[in-house]
Design a binder for this molecule. Sequence first.
Ligand SMILES: [Zn+2]
Length: 441
Amino acid sequence: MEQAWLEELREFIAIPSVSADPAHRDDVVRAAEWLSDLVKRSGGEAEVTPFGERELVIGEIPANAGNGSAPTVIVYGHFDVQPPAPLDLWETPPFELAQRDGWYYGRGIADDKGQLYTLVKAAQLLSERRELPVNIRVACDGEEEIGGHTIVDFLEQDERGADACVIFDGHITRPEQPEFCLATRGLVGFHVRVRTGARDLHSGIYGGAALNAIHVLMQVLSALVARDGLLADELREGRAPLGPDEQHAAEVLPSGEILLDEAGATSLDQEAAAQFYTRTWAEPSLDVNGIHGGKPDFVNTTLVVDAHARFTIRLAPGQDIEQIQSAAERLMRTAVPAGAELEIRRENSAPPGRMRPDMKAIQLGLDAFERAVGTRPLLVRAGGTLPIVPALERKGIPTVVTGFALPESAVHSPNERMRVEDIPRAVAAAQELFRSWAALA
Ligand SMILES: [Zn+2]
């Protein structure tokens, strides 16, 4: 890789832009300024813009090739990083870019500073040769790792729109096989509380006659959890089944059996391993995340009158938050015995997102990646939630979420790394992508 790139990457990685740690607040701003300067050095304009509570980097590298009606492409990435702890597990200091055994090491090299860098670098190289056929709009945030919403708010109010968006912030299963993620699950989280009396009671005096809040909470949660591997029909309404390309990806990616086994997990039911991708890509799921009631740490005989729990539902692509929330509430209310008090509070939520694979930008992108890296990307979904995807979907902006990090990249862990060869590979793929999107004009 070119020495100049290495120096730039080294500088970017050296800024400890840990968004979760208030002590690094200034470093997050410094990383924003560094990125803004990179955009300016790339023939563009950029500024660190306070928007809402946090600053974004918003910039533009104008097209300098083509017939004057260049399409606009949003480049999203995040310049904040996860905390590096535990420090003693790092073989070299987290904020010093190191190279060994064919890998670059450093916090953020894969998630996401290193990958974001390759997108801007691709635009810069094309611009320098006066071959940039699309307007690049850089829209990046420094709070992705803490679940910030500022970039989504910005994109929602930005009336200018765009013709496509690319995000390099993902990992692929095998280095030789690129993947485009076109759909993400949504999320709705609840806190529920059951009260069955004014105070805890003696189970010897009242047991068998008075209602126990933990029992009611168990009934309420049982009304929701999966039976035979699937949630109740009313919680599955609206889900978009896998398309043929996604089905194909599910067949060639590592089997569910391997993935469950590697995670040390137990299969939910007999079909779960075989249906791993359908279950995590095209079905909603519900997980109770915590439950509290009584005094399980002591021997006691209490009849408990107050219990609470938190649970989250991952919504399948195509599902609607309000509809699923109402269905969940109905199921819970129906399960409450007379006299018990059930309080339901909806907490966090984010919609699912889905890009149609037949969109021109997606098809051009698949061709471009195939030319650049020699293999056509698989079309995959993510079981996780990425609020920027539905936000762009609502704006009608086709979005490709991809990247070159690998399962071994140790994202969010000590010794985060990217293969040395994947930095120039990512830059080459991004250049080919930008060139191909000239046809969106
Ligand atoms: Zn990331």
